[in-house]
Write a protein that binds this ligand. Structure first.
Ligand SMILES: C[S@@+](CC[C@H](N)C(=O)[O-])C[C@H]1O[C@@H](n2cnc3c(N)ncnc32)[C@H](O)[C@@H]1O
Length: 283
């Protein structure tokens, strides 16, 4: 993991001062500054490496958010960090916030505290995404989004309900398919996807049959799974340079499965889609 630089520490401290220096509502600029510069590597301990807290580069997060929301959808950000993806979903729906309701699930209480301060319009839930009782306390979601940990599954919870055992990225994908009826859009390392799109030479066949064993097992139980790669080439410098502490080669994928066994979560009343009207006075 690359070390945090002095300049990055200075900016992190500036973000901390904005966050906790007063309890006034933060301006849009201040929220964006903190999302960009608040850096988990500045905290004590080894929690970044342990929980794979490599926040999504903001330009990539903002482009991912464009795929999500509308029609009053309920969206859950799984492994939300301080909320870069949740923020991206809100930004994509800025023209009418009733078009989306966002919940963020995150294990680390320090990230949740920062997220709550930055994005009070998001429902923040501190807890373990592998915990079935956590999901049972929440309503049903329409869509899930995430940049989860990819490798290690660190949990004391029983994970049988997920219906898949494998690396953390695919476990998060399986969770998304159980809690969100329209599926999950997430960042996955290329070893956990059936294609190599990002960084591939143009004209090459991006689909591959050369799957890892854990991906084969993930696919085997889901004959109706639709697996879409986005048009975002995450190898381009504008995205790639934004990772801190790691530089994974990843894809942005959307998984949908009409046959997925959704958890029986409580449905909440939908929000009618508002109609844009011009008032008589403005004509
Ligand atoms: C790769 S980071 C991404 C954070 C955020 N989604 C973003 O895009 O900036 C993964 C996040 O998942 C969190 N995490 C790890 N294990 C978790 C678990 N079991 N339940 C919930 N969150 C978890 C980490 O603390 C970290 O914030």
């Amino acid at each position: 993991m690359s070390k945090i630089t002095r300049e990055q520490i200075r900016r992190h401290e500036e973000a901390e001062a904005l966050l906790w220096g007063s309890d006034k509502k933060l301006t849009h600029d201040q929220v964006a500054f903190c999302l960009e510069h608040w850096d988990p590597r500045a905290l004590a301990g080894k929690q970044v490496a342990q929980n794979e807290a490599y926040f999504t580069p903001l330009p990539l997060a903002l482009d991912m958010g464009k795929y999500i929301g509308g029609d009053g959808r309920r969206v859950v950000d799984i492994g939300a960090g301080i909320g870069r993806l949740a923020y991206a979903v809100l930004c994509a729906n800025w023209w009418d916030m009733r078009q989306v309701r966002v919940t963020a699930v995150e294990l680390n209480p320090e990230y949740v505290a920062v997220g709550r301060r930055l994005l009070p319009e998001v429902t923040w839930v501190q807890g373990d995404m592998y915990d079935l009782t956590l999901w049972q306390s929440l309503p049903r979601f329409d869509e899930a989004i995430g940049n989860p940990p990819f490798a290690r599954v660190l949990t004391g919870c029983d994970t049988d309900w997920i219906g898949y055992r494998g690396p953390a990225g695919l476990m998060a994908a399986a969770i998304g398919l159980r809690v969100a009826q329209l599926g999950i859009t997430l960042v996955l390392p290329q070893t956990q996807t059936p294609f190599r799109y990002s960084g591939a030479p143009s004209g090459s066949n991006v689909y591959t049959d050369n799957h890892t064993g854990y991906l084969k097992r993930f696919l085997a139980g889901r004959p109706a799974l639709e697996w879409h790669h986005s048009s975002l080439d995450t190898a381009q410098p504008g995205y790639k340079s934004g990772w801190r502490g790691a530089a994974p080669l990843v894809e942005v994928v959307t998984l949908r499965d009409q046959a997925a066994a959704l958890l029986p979560l409580a449905a909440e009343p939908g929000i009618p889609r508002p109609l844009c009207r011009l008032s008589a006075a403005s004509l």
